[in-house]
Design a protein around this ligand. Structure first.
Ligand code: TYD
Ligand code: MG
Length: 455
Protein backbone atom coordinates (compact mmCIF):
# COMPACT_ATOMS: atom_id res chain seq x y z
CA UNK A 1 0.00 0.00 0.00
CA UNK A 2 1.31 3.44 -0.92
CA UNK A 3 1.62 5.63 2.13
CA UNK A 4 -0.18 8.92 1.47
CA UNK A 5 1.86 12.06 1.90
CA UNK A 6 0.71 14.41 4.60
CA UNK A 7 1.16 18.07 5.38
CA UNK A 8 0.44 20.27 8.40
CA UNK A 9 -1.98 23.15 7.81
CA UNK A 10 -2.62 26.12 10.10
CA UNK A 11 -6.38 26.17 10.73
CA UNK A 12 -6.23 29.90 11.26
CA UNK A 13 -4.60 31.16 8.07
CA UNK A 14 -3.95 28.13 5.86
CA UNK A 15 -0.10 28.19 6.14
CA UNK A 16 1.35 24.79 5.17
CA UNK A 17 4.44 23.03 6.46
CA UNK A 18 5.87 19.52 6.16
CA UNK A 19 6.34 19.06 9.93
CA UNK A 20 4.33 19.97 12.99
CA UNK A 21 5.18 23.35 14.46
CA UNK A 22 3.67 24.93 17.56
CA UNK A 23 3.47 28.54 16.43
CA UNK A 24 2.40 29.64 12.96
CA UNK A 25 5.04 31.90 11.36
CA UNK A 26 2.32 33.58 9.24
CA UNK A 27 -0.43 34.50 11.73
CA UNK A 28 1.43 33.72 15.01
CA UNK A 29 -1.37 31.47 16.28
CA UNK A 30 -0.33 28.76 18.76
CA UNK A 31 -1.32 25.09 18.37
CA UNK A 32 -3.33 25.75 15.21
CA UNK A 33 -1.76 23.05 12.98
CA UNK A 34 -3.56 19.86 12.00
CA UNK A 35 -2.33 17.08 9.77
CA UNK A 36 -3.99 16.66 6.36
CA UNK A 37 -3.44 14.29 3.46
CA UNK A 38 -1.78 15.96 0.50
CA UNK A 39 -3.76 15.74 -2.76
CA UNK A 40 -1.73 14.46 -5.67
CA UNK A 41 -4.45 14.66 -8.34
CA UNK A 42 -4.75 18.41 -8.49
CA UNK A 43 -7.85 19.71 -10.22
CA UNK A 44 -5.66 21.76 -12.50
CA UNK A 45 -4.26 18.58 -14.09
CA UNK A 46 -7.80 17.61 -15.11
CA UNK A 47 -8.61 20.80 -16.99
CA UNK A 48 -8.73 20.52 -20.73
CA UNK A 49 -5.67 22.29 -22.16
CA UNK A 50 -7.49 23.04 -25.46
CA UNK A 51 -10.16 25.19 -23.79
CA UNK A 52 -8.11 28.30 -23.09
CA UNK A 53 -10.97 30.83 -23.24
CA UNK A 54 -11.18 34.02 -25.30
CA UNK A 55 -9.49 37.40 -25.13
CA UNK A 56 -11.78 40.42 -25.71
CA UNK A 57 -11.25 44.09 -26.34
CA UNK A 58 -12.65 46.14 -23.46
CA UNK A 59 -14.67 48.40 -25.75
CA UNK A 60 -16.27 45.40 -27.44
CA UNK A 61 -17.44 43.61 -24.30
CA UNK A 62 -21.24 43.77 -24.09
CA UNK A 63 -22.74 44.15 -20.63
CA UNK A 64 -26.13 42.59 -20.11
CA UNK A 65 -28.61 45.27 -19.02
CA UNK A 66 -30.23 42.95 -16.49
CA UNK A 67 -26.95 42.05 -14.89
CA UNK A 68 -27.98 43.25 -11.43
CA UNK A 69 -30.65 41.31 -9.54
CA UNK A 70 -32.73 43.01 -6.88
CA UNK A 71 -32.73 41.31 -3.49
CA UNK A 72 -36.17 42.72 -2.70
CA UNK A 73 -34.69 44.92 0.04
CA UNK A 74 -33.58 48.43 -0.92
CA UNK A 75 -31.21 48.31 2.05
CA UNK A 76 -29.57 45.10 0.80
CA UNK A 77 -29.42 46.38 -2.79
CA UNK A 78 -27.65 49.56 -1.69
CA UNK A 79 -25.07 47.58 0.30
CA UNK A 80 -24.40 45.51 -2.82
CA UNK A 81 -23.99 48.66 -4.92
CA UNK A 82 -27.42 48.44 -6.60
CA UNK A 83 -28.34 44.76 -6.46
CA UNK A 84 -26.50 41.46 -6.83
CA UNK A 85 -24.34 41.28 -9.95
CA UNK A 86 -25.22 38.11 -11.83
CA UNK A 87 -22.48 35.52 -11.62
CA UNK A 88 -20.93 37.15 -8.56
CA UNK A 89 -20.07 35.37 -5.34
CA UNK A 90 -21.37 37.01 -2.17
CA UNK A 91 -20.21 35.90 1.26
CA UNK A 92 -22.46 36.77 4.21
CA UNK A 93 -20.89 36.16 7.60
CA UNK A 94 -22.33 36.63 11.05
CA UNK A 95 -22.87 35.24 14.53
CA UNK A 96 -25.09 32.19 14.93
CA UNK A 97 -28.75 33.10 15.25
CA UNK A 98 -28.32 36.62 13.90
CA UNK A 99 -30.64 35.88 10.95
CA UNK A 100 -28.42 34.94 8.00
CA UNK A 101 -30.62 32.07 6.87
CA UNK A 102 -33.72 34.24 7.23
CA UNK A 103 -32.15 37.00 5.14
CA UNK A 104 -31.13 34.69 2.29
CA UNK A 105 -34.47 32.92 2.32
CA UNK A 106 -36.35 36.20 1.97
CA UNK A 107 -33.90 37.28 -0.72
CA UNK A 108 -34.48 33.96 -2.53
CA UNK A 109 -38.16 34.85 -2.74
CA UNK A 110 -37.37 38.14 -4.42
CA UNK A 111 -35.03 36.47 -6.93
CA UNK A 112 -37.70 33.89 -7.72
CA UNK A 113 -40.30 36.64 -8.17
CA UNK A 114 -38.08 38.07 -10.89
CA UNK A 115 -38.31 34.70 -12.64
CA UNK A 116 -34.95 33.38 -11.44
CA UNK A 117 -34.48 29.78 -10.49
CA UNK A 118 -32.99 29.47 -7.00
CA UNK A 119 -31.26 26.43 -5.52
CA UNK A 120 -31.01 26.69 -1.72
CA UNK A 121 -28.48 24.17 -0.41
CA UNK A 122 -29.02 23.73 3.31
CA UNK A 123 -26.01 21.92 4.65
CA UNK A 124 -26.90 22.63 8.27
CA UNK A 125 -30.63 22.06 8.35
CA UNK A 126 -33.18 19.68 6.90
CA UNK A 127 -35.57 20.69 4.11
CA UNK A 128 -38.37 20.55 6.72
CA UNK A 129 -36.65 23.11 8.90
CA UNK A 130 -36.26 25.42 5.90
CA UNK A 131 -39.93 24.94 5.06
CA UNK A 132 -40.92 25.86 8.63
CA UNK A 133 -38.85 29.04 8.44
CA UNK A 134 -40.29 29.80 5.00
CA UNK A 135 -43.82 29.47 6.36
CA UNK A 136 -42.95 31.77 9.22
CA UNK A 137 -41.63 34.51 6.95
CA UNK A 138 -44.20 33.92 4.20
CA UNK A 139 -41.89 32.58 1.50
CA UNK A 140 -43.60 30.37 -1.05
CA UNK A 141 -42.56 29.90 -4.65
CA UNK A 142 -42.42 27.29 -7.37
CA UNK A 143 -39.00 28.57 -8.37
CA UNK A 144 -37.07 27.89 -5.15
CA UNK A 145 -35.53 24.44 -4.87
CA UNK A 146 -34.40 23.26 -1.44
CA UNK A 147 -31.65 20.66 -1.20
CA UNK A 148 -30.45 19.39 2.15
CA UNK A 149 -26.92 18.23 1.37
CA UNK A 150 -23.35 18.62 2.68
CA UNK A 151 -21.32 16.78 0.06
CA UNK A 152 -19.73 18.93 -2.59
CA UNK A 153 -19.91 16.30 -5.36
CA UNK A 154 -23.67 15.82 -4.86
CA UNK A 155 -24.23 19.58 -4.84
CA UNK A 156 -22.31 19.87 -8.12
CA UNK A 157 -24.51 17.18 -9.70
CA UNK A 158 -27.72 18.93 -8.62
CA UNK A 159 -26.44 22.28 -9.86
CA UNK A 160 -25.93 20.61 -13.25
CA UNK A 161 -29.41 19.05 -13.15
CA UNK A 162 -31.36 22.08 -11.94
CA UNK A 163 -29.29 24.78 -13.67
CA UNK A 164 -30.21 27.51 -11.19
CA UNK A 165 -29.68 31.25 -11.74
CA UNK A 166 -28.98 31.71 -8.05
CA UNK A 167 -27.21 29.25 -5.75
CA UNK A 168 -27.34 29.63 -1.96
CA UNK A 169 -24.91 27.69 0.23
CA UNK A 170 -25.93 27.66 3.89
CA UNK A 171 -23.22 27.35 5.19
CA UNK A 172 -19.76 26.90 3.66
CA UNK A 173 -18.40 25.49 6.94
CA UNK A 174 -20.85 22.58 6.73
CA UNK A 175 -20.02 21.58 3.13
CA UNK A 176 -17.24 19.08 2.51
CA UNK A 177 -15.40 17.44 -0.33
CA UNK A 178 -15.12 13.68 0.20
CA UNK A 179 -11.80 13.58 -1.70
CA UNK A 180 -10.16 15.90 0.77
CA UNK A 181 -8.92 15.09 4.22
CA UNK A 182 -9.99 17.17 7.19
CA UNK A 183 -13.54 17.40 8.43
CA UNK A 184 -16.04 19.99 7.26
CA UNK A 185 -15.08 23.44 8.48
CA UNK A 186 -11.32 22.80 8.22
CA UNK A 187 -9.22 25.34 6.35
CA UNK A 188 -8.54 23.09 3.37
CA UNK A 189 -12.20 22.09 3.04
CA UNK A 190 -13.45 25.69 3.17
CA UNK A 191 -10.81 26.83 0.69
CA UNK A 192 -11.44 24.04 -1.78
CA UNK A 193 -15.24 24.19 -1.60
CA UNK A 194 -15.27 27.98 -2.04
CA UNK A 195 -12.87 27.59 -4.94
CA UNK A 196 -15.24 25.16 -6.66
CA UNK A 197 -18.33 27.34 -6.02
CA UNK A 198 -16.49 30.41 -7.36
CA UNK A 199 -15.49 28.47 -10.45
CA UNK A 200 -19.10 27.28 -11.00
CA UNK A 201 -20.41 30.85 -10.50
CA UNK A 202 -18.02 32.30 -13.06
CA UNK A 203 -18.28 29.58 -15.70
CA UNK A 204 -22.04 29.04 -15.48
CA UNK A 205 -22.95 32.64 -14.55
CA UNK A 206 -24.73 31.61 -11.36
CA UNK A 207 -25.11 34.29 -8.69
CA UNK A 208 -23.86 32.55 -5.57
CA UNK A 209 -24.61 33.53 -2.00
CA UNK A 210 -22.41 31.79 0.56
CA UNK A 211 -23.13 31.93 4.26
CA UNK A 212 -20.12 31.84 6.55
CA UNK A 213 -19.63 31.52 10.29
CA UNK A 214 -17.57 33.87 12.39
CA UNK A 215 -15.10 32.96 15.12
CA UNK A 216 -15.58 34.18 18.68
CA UNK A 217 -13.46 37.27 17.99
CA UNK A 218 -15.70 38.26 15.08
CA UNK A 219 -13.55 37.20 12.11
CA UNK A 220 -14.85 34.99 9.32
CA UNK A 221 -14.07 31.38 10.20
CA UNK A 222 -11.68 29.75 7.78
CA UNK A 223 -8.68 30.86 5.78
CA UNK A 224 -8.07 34.56 5.21
CA UNK A 225 -7.85 33.75 1.50
CA UNK A 226 -11.61 33.07 1.54
CA UNK A 227 -12.28 36.81 1.53
CA UNK A 228 -10.00 37.24 -1.50
CA UNK A 229 -11.75 34.52 -3.47
CA UNK A 230 -15.25 36.00 -3.34
CA UNK A 231 -16.48 39.25 -4.93
CA UNK A 232 -18.43 40.66 -2.01
CA UNK A 233 -17.97 40.18 1.74
CA UNK A 234 -20.81 41.27 4.00
CA UNK A 235 -21.09 41.13 7.78
CA UNK A 236 -24.49 40.69 9.34
CA UNK A 237 -24.36 42.10 12.85
CA UNK A 238 -26.78 43.05 15.54
CA UNK A 239 -27.38 44.17 19.04
CA UNK A 240 -28.11 41.17 21.23
CA UNK A 241 -30.77 43.04 23.15
CA UNK A 242 -32.47 44.83 20.27
CA UNK A 243 -34.14 43.67 17.11
CA UNK A 244 -32.00 45.85 14.79
CA UNK A 245 -29.71 44.03 12.38
CA UNK A 246 -26.98 45.72 10.37
CA UNK A 247 -25.62 44.44 7.08
CA UNK A 248 -22.18 45.93 6.55
CA UNK A 249 -20.13 45.77 3.38
CA UNK A 250 -16.49 44.87 4.03
CA UNK A 251 -15.43 44.21 0.46
CA UNK A 252 -17.32 44.86 -2.76
CA UNK A 253 -15.90 44.54 -6.26
CA UNK A 254 -19.06 46.18 -7.66
CA UNK A 255 -19.81 48.96 -5.19
CA UNK A 256 -18.77 51.02 -2.20
CA UNK A 257 -17.54 49.51 1.02
CA UNK A 258 -18.54 50.83 4.44
CA UNK A 259 -22.12 50.92 3.21
CA UNK A 260 -24.67 49.67 5.72
CA UNK A 261 -28.22 48.39 5.52
CA UNK A 262 -30.46 48.34 8.58
CA UNK A 263 -33.14 45.74 9.23
CA UNK A 264 -35.57 44.86 11.93
CA UNK A 265 -36.06 41.23 12.99
CA UNK A 266 -39.64 40.56 13.95
CA UNK A 267 -41.83 37.50 14.45
CA UNK A 268 -42.38 37.15 10.72
CA UNK A 269 -38.87 37.75 9.47
CA UNK A 270 -36.70 40.69 8.52
CA UNK A 271 -38.02 44.02 7.33
CA UNK A 272 -35.90 46.95 6.25
CA UNK A 273 -35.59 50.23 8.10
CA UNK A 274 -35.19 52.86 5.43
CA UNK A 275 -35.25 55.85 7.78
CA UNK A 276 -33.17 54.80 10.79
CA UNK A 277 -32.65 58.37 12.05
CA UNK A 278 -36.35 58.82 12.72
CA UNK A 279 -36.47 55.56 14.66
CA UNK A 280 -33.31 56.18 16.67
CA UNK A 281 -34.45 59.70 17.47
CA UNK A 282 -37.94 58.60 18.47
CA UNK A 283 -36.29 57.04 21.53
CA UNK A 284 -34.96 60.45 22.57
CA UNK A 285 -37.25 62.44 24.83
CA UNK A 286 -37.65 66.12 24.07
CA UNK A 287 -36.73 67.07 27.63
CA UNK A 288 -33.18 68.43 27.57
CA UNK A 289 -30.89 66.76 30.03
CA UNK A 290 -27.21 67.14 30.90
CA UNK A 291 -25.01 64.61 29.12
CA UNK A 292 -27.11 64.18 25.98
CA UNK A 293 -26.31 65.35 22.44
CA UNK A 294 -27.40 64.45 18.92
CA UNK A 295 -24.88 63.78 16.16
CA UNK A 296 -25.10 63.33 12.40
CA UNK A 297 -22.89 60.35 11.59
CA UNK A 298 -22.12 59.13 8.09
CA UNK A 299 -22.16 55.41 7.40
CA UNK A 300 -21.31 54.79 3.76
CA UNK A 301 -23.54 56.95 1.62
CA UNK A 302 -26.13 57.57 4.28
CA UNK A 303 -26.42 59.88 7.28
CA UNK A 304 -27.51 58.38 10.57
CA UNK A 305 -28.69 60.50 13.43
CA UNK A 306 -27.83 59.17 16.83
CA UNK A 307 -28.06 60.30 20.41
CA UNK A 308 -24.94 60.25 22.55
CA UNK A 309 -25.29 59.97 26.30
CA UNK A 310 -22.53 60.52 28.82
CA UNK A 311 -22.39 60.04 32.55
CA UNK A 312 -19.61 61.50 34.67
CA UNK A 313 -19.53 60.60 38.34
CA UNK A 314 -17.16 60.46 41.29
CA UNK A 315 -15.23 57.22 41.21
CA UNK A 316 -15.76 54.63 43.90
CA UNK A 317 -12.89 52.50 42.62
CA UNK A 318 -9.16 52.87 43.18
CA UNK A 319 -8.77 53.68 39.48
CA UNK A 320 -11.36 55.74 37.57
CA UNK A 321 -13.38 53.77 35.03
CA UNK A 322 -13.98 54.64 31.39
CA UNK A 323 -16.72 52.73 29.58
CA UNK A 324 -17.57 53.28 25.93
CA UNK A 325 -20.52 51.69 24.20
CA UNK A 326 -20.76 52.23 20.46
CA UNK A 327 -17.62 54.36 20.09
CA UNK A 328 -13.97 53.39 20.11
CA UNK A 329 -12.50 53.20 23.63
CA UNK A 330 -9.18 54.83 22.66
CA UNK A 331 -11.05 57.64 20.92
CA UNK A 332 -12.91 58.29 24.19
CA UNK A 333 -9.59 58.48 26.10
CA UNK A 334 -8.25 60.96 23.54
CA UNK A 335 -11.37 63.16 23.76
CA UNK A 336 -11.11 63.15 27.58
CA UNK A 337 -7.45 64.19 27.39
CA UNK A 338 -8.32 67.09 25.06
CA UNK A 339 -11.18 68.26 27.33
CA UNK A 340 -8.85 68.16 30.37
CA UNK A 341 -6.18 70.18 28.61
CA UNK A 342 -8.28 72.67 26.60
CA UNK A 343 -11.40 73.12 28.74
CA UNK A 344 -9.81 72.54 32.12
CA UNK A 345 -12.19 69.88 33.43
CA UNK A 346 -10.49 67.14 35.46
CA UNK A 347 -11.49 63.49 35.22
CA UNK A 348 -8.71 61.90 37.29
CA UNK A 349 -11.16 61.01 40.06
CA UNK A 350 -14.27 60.58 37.88
CA UNK A 351 -15.80 57.61 36.14
CA UNK A 352 -16.90 58.36 32.57
CA UNK A 353 -19.48 56.32 30.70
CA UNK A 354 -20.41 57.06 27.07
CA UNK A 355 -23.19 55.31 25.21
CA UNK A 356 -24.67 55.58 21.73
CA UNK A 357 -28.33 54.85 22.20
CA UNK A 358 -29.23 53.54 18.76
CA UNK A 359 -27.31 50.32 19.37
CA UNK A 360 -24.93 50.74 16.43
CA UNK A 361 -21.18 51.28 16.41
CA UNK A 362 -20.04 54.67 15.18
CA UNK A 363 -16.39 54.64 14.26
CA UNK A 364 -15.99 57.93 12.43
CA UNK A 365 -14.23 60.90 14.06
CA UNK A 366 -17.06 63.29 13.11
CA UNK A 367 -18.81 62.08 16.27
CA UNK A 368 -16.00 63.50 18.49
CA UNK A 369 -17.58 66.88 19.19
CA UNK A 370 -20.92 65.31 20.10
CA UNK A 371 -19.16 62.97 22.54
CA UNK A 372 -17.13 65.83 24.04
CA UNK A 373 -20.19 68.04 24.53
CA UNK A 374 -22.13 65.18 26.12
CA UNK A 375 -19.28 64.68 28.62
CA UNK A 376 -18.84 68.42 29.29
CA UNK A 377 -22.56 69.07 29.81
CA UNK A 378 -22.83 66.16 32.23
CA UNK A 379 -19.75 67.19 34.20
CA UNK A 380 -20.92 70.82 34.50
CA UNK A 381 -24.63 70.04 34.84
CA UNK A 382 -25.58 72.19 31.88
CA UNK A 383 -27.40 71.25 28.64
CA UNK A 384 -27.37 71.39 24.85
CA UNK A 385 -30.85 72.03 23.48
CA UNK A 386 -32.50 69.05 21.76
CA UNK A 387 -33.03 71.11 18.58
CA UNK A 388 -29.25 71.31 18.01
CA UNK A 389 -27.27 68.76 15.99
CA UNK A 390 -23.50 68.50 16.37
CA UNK A 391 -20.78 67.60 13.84
CA UNK A 392 -17.00 67.80 14.14
CA UNK A 393 -13.75 65.94 14.61
CA UNK A 394 -11.56 67.09 17.51
CA UNK A 395 -7.81 67.52 17.01
CA UNK A 396 -5.30 67.20 19.85
CA UNK A 397 -4.95 70.97 20.25
CA UNK A 398 -8.71 71.32 20.67
CA UNK A 399 -9.32 72.46 17.10
CA UNK A 400 -12.46 71.29 15.31
CA UNK A 401 -11.47 69.60 12.08
CA UNK A 402 -13.44 69.34 8.88
CA UNK A 403 -15.46 66.22 8.09
CA UNK A 404 -16.67 64.68 4.84
CA UNK A 405 -20.20 64.86 3.39
CA UNK A 406 -21.03 68.03 5.33
CA UNK A 407 -23.85 69.12 2.96
CA UNK A 408 -25.51 65.73 3.30
CA UNK A 409 -25.35 65.89 7.08
CA UNK A 410 -26.77 69.42 7.19
CA UNK A 411 -29.67 68.55 4.88
CA UNK A 412 -30.49 65.47 6.95
CA UNK A 413 -30.57 67.60 10.12
CA UNK A 414 -32.80 70.12 8.34
CA UNK A 415 -35.09 67.35 7.12
CA UNK A 416 -35.47 65.98 10.64
CA UNK A 417 -36.51 69.41 11.97
CA UNK A 418 -33.38 70.54 13.83
CA UNK A 419 -33.15 74.34 14.17
CA UNK A 420 -29.43 74.62 14.75
CA UNK A 421 -26.33 72.75 13.65
CA UNK A 422 -22.75 73.09 14.90
CA UNK A 423 -20.17 72.40 12.17
CA UNK A 424 -16.39 72.83 11.75
CA UNK A 425 -15.29 76.28 10.54
CA UNK A 426 -14.74 76.50 6.77
CA UNK A 427 -16.19 73.05 6.20
CA UNK A 428 -19.14 74.25 4.12
CA UNK A 429 -17.44 75.63 1.03
CA UNK A 430 -20.36 75.53 -1.38
CA UNK A 431 -22.86 78.36 -1.26
CA UNK A 432 -26.00 76.40 -0.46
CA UNK A 433 -29.03 77.96 1.20
CA UNK A 434 -30.09 75.84 4.12
CA UNK A 435 -33.14 76.54 6.20
CA UNK A 436 -31.28 75.83 9.44
CA UNK A 437 -29.12 77.96 11.71
CA UNK A 438 -25.53 76.93 10.88
CA UNK A 439 -22.89 77.77 13.50
CA UNK A 440 -19.25 77.33 12.51
CA UNK A 441 -16.80 76.63 15.31
CA UNK A 442 -13.02 76.64 15.31
CA UNK A 443 -12.20 75.27 18.75
CA UNK A 444 -13.87 73.02 21.26
CA UNK A 445 -14.32 76.05 23.56
CA UNK A 446 -16.24 77.90 20.78
CA UNK A 447 -18.63 74.97 20.53
CA UNK A 448 -19.20 75.10 24.29
CA UNK A 449 -20.04 78.83 24.16
CA UNK A 450 -22.22 78.38 21.07
CA UNK A 451 -24.67 75.78 22.27
CA UNK A 452 -24.24 74.96 25.95
CA UNK A 453 -26.41 76.77 28.46
CA UNK A 454 -27.73 76.44 32.02
CA UNK A 455 -30.90 74.42 32.38
P1 TYD B 1 -31.56 32.36 11.53
O1 TYD B 1 -31.89 32.97 10.22
O2 TYD B 1 -31.76 30.90 11.67
O3 TYD B 1 -30.07 32.74 11.96
P2 TYD B 1 -28.65 32.22 11.43
O4 TYD B 1 -28.88 31.55 10.13
O5 TYD B 1 -27.84 33.47 11.32
O6 TYD B 1 -28.12 31.32 12.47
O7 TYD B 1 -32.41 33.16 12.61
C1 TYD B 1 -32.32 32.77 13.90
C2 TYD B 1 -32.97 33.68 14.90
O8 TYD B 1 -33.86 34.62 14.36
C3 TYD B 1 -33.74 32.82 15.82
O9 TYD B 1 -33.23 33.05 17.11
C4 TYD B 1 -35.14 33.24 15.71
C5 TYD B 1 -35.09 34.56 15.06
N1 TYD B 1 -36.20 34.73 14.11
C6 TYD B 1 -37.16 35.70 14.35
O10 TYD B 1 -37.12 36.41 15.34
N2 TYD B 1 -38.17 35.87 13.44
C7 TYD B 1 -38.26 35.09 12.32
O11 TYD B 1 -39.19 35.28 11.52
C8 TYD B 1 -37.27 34.10 12.10
C9 TYD B 1 -37.33 33.21 10.89
C10 TYD B 1 -36.25 33.95 13.01
MG1 MG C 1 -28.57 29.53 9.61
Amino acid sequence: MVKSKTKWVCQNCGYETAKYIGKCPECFAWGSFTEEIEQSNSKYEKTNPIDIGTVSLINEIKVDETFRLSTGFEEFDRVLGGGAVSGSVILIAGDPGIGKSTLVLQTALSFSNFGKKVLYVCAEESANQIKLRAQRVGVNSSNIFVYSQCELENIKIQVNNIKPDVLIIDSIQAVFDRNLSGGSGSVSQIRECTNIFTEIAKTKNITTVIIGHVTKDGNIAGPRVLEHMVDVVLHFEGDKYKTYRILRSIKNRFGCTNEIGIFNMSEDGLSEISNPSAIFLSEKTNAVSPGSTVIMACEGSRVITAEIQALVGITAYPAPRRVSNGIDYNRLLQILAVIEKRIGLKFSSSDVYVNITCGIEIDEPAADLGVALAIITCARDVVVNFDTAIIGEIGLSGEIRKVNNIEKRISEAQKLGFNKIIIPKGNLSKNINFNIDIIEVEKISDAVSACVYKK
